[in-house]
Design a protein around this ligand. Structure first.
Ligand code: ZN
Length: 94
């Protein structure tokens, strides 16, 4: 799962001249950057991307391409958060 995700990230970085500013996080680091407690950065299944050339609409373009690759993408104020769809989320309502 991680290798397939990394391959897709490489495609996005190559096309959009992006750098990865955050990838794998420990729970401690995740808390320090106010990440969601269940963030998949902690599983290595999310990256934050920053393009070299921040032209208008660039973040949205990256997010669109990420979604075309089957990833989840969220445009943030200073990066694009891209993640694999978590393999399984079990919600225990009991
Ligand atoms: Zn992120």
């Amino acid at each position: 799962m991680i290798s397939e995700f990394a391959q897709k990230v490489m495609i996005l970085c190559g096309k959009h001249f992006c750098s990865v500013t955050s990838w794998v996080r420990t729970p401690r680091r995740n808390a320090a950057v106010s990440g969601h407690p269940e963030s998949v950065h902690q599983l290595g299944l999310a990256v934050d991307l920053v393009p070299d050339f921040d032209t208008p609409g660039k973040y949205a373009e990256i997010a669109r391409d990420a979604r075309r690759l089957g990833l989840v993408a969220q445009v943030e104020s200073d990066h694009v958060h891209v993640q694999a769809i978590p393999p399984m989320i079990v919600v225990d309502n009991g």
